[in-house]
Design a protein around this ligand. Structure first.
Ligand code: NAD
Length: 421
């Protein structure tokens, strides 16, 4: 498997900073404020001692970066992976600040990561790593401080372990210390689907703008984890034609459309989309360049870069993943007239329903799934319209518009708090 541009033309932090710089210049941001918002508030590095199943003591490196608490407690996912870096977590933490501001929810941004290979670890090992990591960062997290959530290679079970460890330390059950928990432990209905549903909502808005119908709209999704599989399932159900799906092992393609419910069943058994009957195999880079109306990267960062951007044929790029496009690719896509729905808008459904989960936990009163979905719809549609209108007003593309809108909102809060005059 090769990913186009894994050599990364810019790191995740550099990509965030490049966009921040453009937006800050357009906003004429005060010099001190520029320096303050470009760097995180706090970076925590922990070295976690864990005995693996073979009886050996291992040390895993973990990070939690808190970018901003200007608008409320920090909020952001926790990811596991062999290639996780502090730079990546730093960039993603800042993106969380901008994302929460774009959808106008009262959180700042954070991100966490542990360098480990979940594919090679048992459930018991993962549990011990998660609990020890939680204990190490315990003073810095909590409902009023920083609220982790699932991200790549972490899930509801991971959040349950964090919630239990946190609760044991403070000696009472604190459901609001993480989101994306199992529903039986204070999770929210609709959270599992939220990021994918949010992606569909912004795609619907883009179609409305271009006067297109779902039924004649061909979609390609890269990534079939939480975000990609839920986006594909909901969009298929709503009438979109999903013609290509890829996971880390490779892609499958059928111009007549894929049967997503059958694919989901198939993946339950085989753990990959590869080998799904009735579809041809295709590389996970190649799939990005196929003819379609919507391309929805929902896997990992920097997959659309200066090397392949000129070959992207999609009319709409809806970024389900965080940072899937590099800044040099932004310019190429813009010149080619691709309508980009940037990550900090397109995938904000997850953090929005995480916010609902936090609210429900703190109230001890739980909403119906319909309530959750309806409120998510209202927030995503409003955010989409705000970003697109902001871009038109200031003559910038959607990504820079989203950054400008977000920075403007955070800066205004800091002004009200008296951080600058
Ligand atoms: P996940 O671990 O559940 O799934 C990741 C999927 O991507 C898997 O199917 C994996 O096989 C595939 N993949 C990984 N590398 C690939 C590659 N090079 N080519 C093709 N497929 C590849 O992760 P997730 O939670 O679905 O997150 C996916 C992306 O969405 C990440 O960028 C994450 O930060 C972002 N995101 C997630 C959420 C959420 O609620 N889970 C919210 C916002 C953004």
């Amino acid at each position: 498997m090769s990913v186009v541009g894994t050599e990364k033309e810019l790191s995740v932090y550099e990509s965030m900073a490049a966009r921040f710089d453009v937006a800050a210049r357009k906003l004429n941001l005060d010099g001190g404020l520029y320096r303050y918002l470009r760097t995180p508030n706090r970076e925590i590095i922990v070295h976690i001692p864990v005995t693996t199943d073979n009886g050996q003591l291992n040390v895993f490196d973990g990070f939690r970066v808190q970018h901003s608490i200007a608008r409320g407690p920090c909020k952001g996912g926790l990811r596991y992976g062999p290639h996780v870096t502090l730079d990546e977590i730093r960039g993603l933490a800042a993106e969380m600040t901008w994302k929460c501001a774009v959808v106008n929810i009262p959180f700042g941004g954070a991100k966490g990561g542990i360098i480990c290979d979940p594919q090679k670890l048992s459930q018991g090992e993962l549990e011990r790593i998660t609990r020890r990591y939680t204990a190490e960062i315990l003073d810095y997290i909590g409902p009023e401080r920083d609220v982790p959530a699932p991200d790549m290679n972490t899930n509801e079970q991971t959040m349950a372990w964090i919630m239990d460890t946190y609760s044991m330390h403070v000696r009472h059950t604190v459901t609001a210390c993480v989101t994306g928990k199992p529903v039986a432990l204070g999770g929210s209905l609709g959270r599992r689907e939220a990021t994918g549903r949010g992606c569909m909502i912004v795609c619907d808005q883009a179609l409305k703008r271009f006067g297109r119908e779902r039924e004649t709209t061909r979609v390609i999704v890269q990534g079939f984890g939480n975000v990609g599989s839920q986006a594909a399932r909901l969009m298929h159900q709503a009438g979109y034609k999903i013609i290509g799906i890829a996971d880390i092992n490779g892609g499958i393609f059928n111009t007549q459309g894929l049967n997503i419910p059958e694919l989901l069943e198939f993946v339950q058994e085989s753990k990959t989309v590869m080998g799904f009957p009735g579809a041809e195999a295709i590389g996970c880079d190649e799939i990005l360049e196929q003819d379609c109306e919507i391309l929805l990267p929902a896997a990992t960062e920097s997959v659309i870069n200066s090397k392949n951007a000129s070959r992207i044929k999609a009319r709409i790029l809806a970024e389900g993943a965080n940072s899937p496009t590099t800044p040099p690719a932004d310019d190429i896509l813009f010149d080619r007239g691709v309508f980009v729905i940037p990550d900090i808008l397109a995938n904000a459904g997850g953090v929005t329903v995480s916010y609902f989960e936090w609210v429900q936990d703190r109230h001890g009163y739980f909403w119906t799934e319909n309530d959750v979905n309806q409120k998510l719809q209202e927030i995503q549609v409003a955010a989409f319209n705000s970003v697109v209108q902001y871009g038109e007003k200031h003559n910038v593309n959607n990504r820079i518009a989203a950054y400008m809108l977000a920075i403007d909102r955070v800066a205004y809060t800091l002004k009200l708090r008296g951080i600058y005059a």
